[in-house]
Write a protein that binds this ligand. Structure first.
Ligand code: GLU
Length: 417
């Protein structure tokens, strides 16, 4: 039998099943949630710089659209496959419902290695993918965004291709765009800032003052570096950070602006003066109050969960904690701020971007940050209420909030009978 803890699709199904059972909902809710409503597989042909034709498999999943058009990123990665895309779209359904966004969950991707492609090849591939799925996306149908190895430039090619097909500028069809063509202030920073905002709120509930805490961060990319800068600005002591090459540790706190500047020059954080080296593995077990895994999945496992010293784990990455480790942390009394809340800042500011595109009225960065903070706060409150009512972990409680909302929408829309 397949190991449910390793296959994200089976894990997502299991989480929906548990939530439907706990809430005592009609079985039809699970029948509708256990797979995407629609799933597209497209061949993406494009011409390489040497004139040869190459075809990569591409996918787009519309998991559930009871609450609104489907929404979620596009990843370019060699490991992209149908099950992964389906699972990621299911997690998007949960994130959007938990945050109260008027969206369902979607996700897509191309199984390719973008590091092997030239800039021109990447552009042709991005445009061909949009041609392949143009009929099933749109501002009121399904709205893609960046994810692993995709960025604002790729979104720009995609919005351009879609707009040419439609014969009109359609900025609201994708989010995470460059500012000059309808991007939002604060979108690039949104996931890292949302992570800190969620963790700070949750810390208050266990009487931990975020501003006086010691924070260790695994990953110094888009999420980890922004989280480090935000935590530092709030007065927290960032004691460790790392990237693919390894990490650095200083019990008295790192000079975060210095590390950011160092990374610009050296492309990684290793060798930063005034800090000890630490491996990515050992970083997780350092003495600290708050641990933010913001890099890879499955890094906190049954093997190391017992040695985690942090009081709070804030999941910046998707799926950094295995289900077994989750249980160990729960029993140890470590507060886990689950990924579906902790990294939902990205999609929340994507929603703001889409609203700005639809209304053609653009907000300041302060307005974006204020509304992001407000929406994360409301999601935490709803999650906390379920946590108290059912005595379950925050991850399970987040599913309860989301599934309850999606089920209500499906019920009033007449999908359940
Ligand atoms: N890819 C991000 C996520 O997984 C953002 C999705 C979006 O902005 O629509 O949450």
């Amino acid at each position: 039998m397949a190991d449910a803890s390793l296959n994200p699709y089976l894990r997502a199904q299991q989480a929906f099943k548990e939530a439907v059972d706990t809430l005592g909902l009609e079985p039809g809710v699970y029948e509708l949630l256990k797979q995407p409503l629609r799933f597209y597989e497209v061949a993406v042909p494009f011409i390489r710089d040497d004139g040869t034709l190459q075809v990569f498999p591409g996918y787009r999943s519309h998991h559930n659209d009871a609450l609104g058009p489907t929404k979620g990123g596009l990843r370019f990665h060699p490991d992209v496959n149908a099950d992964e895309v389906k699972a990621l779209s299911m997690w998007m359904t949960v994130k959007c419902a938990l945050l109260g966004l008027p969206y369902g969950g979607g996700k897509g991707g191309i199984a390719c290695d973008p590091e092997q492609l030239s800039e021109h090849e990447l552009e042709r591939l991005s445009r061909e993918y949009i041609r392949g799925i143009a009929l099933v996306i749109g501002p009121d149908k399904d709205i893609p965004a960046p994810d692993v190895s995709t960025n604002p430039q790729i979104m720009a090619w995609m919005v351009d291709e879609y707009s040419r097909i439609r014969g009109e500028n359609s900025f609201g069809m994708i989010t995470g765009k460059p500012l000059v063509i309808g991007g939002s202030q604060g979108r690039l920073e949104a996931t890292g800032r949302g992570l800190v905002s969620a963790v700070r709120e949750m810390a208050r509930q266990v009487n931990l003052d975020f501003a006086k805490s010691r924070v260790a961060i695994q990953g110094f990319g888009n999420v980890g570096s922004v989280a480090a800068a935000t935590a530092h600005d709030m007065g927290a002591r960032v004691v460790a950070v790392s990237d693919k090459e390894g990490g650095i540790y200083n019990a008295d706190g790192l000079d975060v602006p210095g590390v950011l500047a160092y990374k610009q020059v050296h492309r990684n954080v290793v060798g930063f003066p005034g800090a000890e080296p630490v491996s990515n593995h050992d970083l997780l077990e350092l003495p600290c109050d708050i641990l933010l895994p913001a890099a890879l999945e499955n890094v906190i496992t049954a093997d190391n969960a017992d040695r985690i010293q942090a009081r709070i784990v804030g999941e910046g990455a998707n799926g950094p904690t295995t289900p077994e480790a989750d249980q160990i942390l729960f029993e140890k009394g470590v507060l886990v701020v689950p990924d579906i809340l902790a990294n939902a800042g990205g999609v929340t500011v994507s929603y703001f971007e889409w609203v700005q595109n639809q209304s053609r009225w653009y907000w300041t960065e302060a307005e974006v940050d204020e509304r992001l903070h407000q929406m994360m706060g409301a999601a935490i409150e709803a999650m906390h209420e379920m946590h108290e009512r059912y005595g379950v972990s925050h991850r399970r409680a987040a599913y309860l909030v989301a599934v309850d909302r999606i089920a209500s929408a499906m019920r009033v829309r007449g999908w359940l009978k």
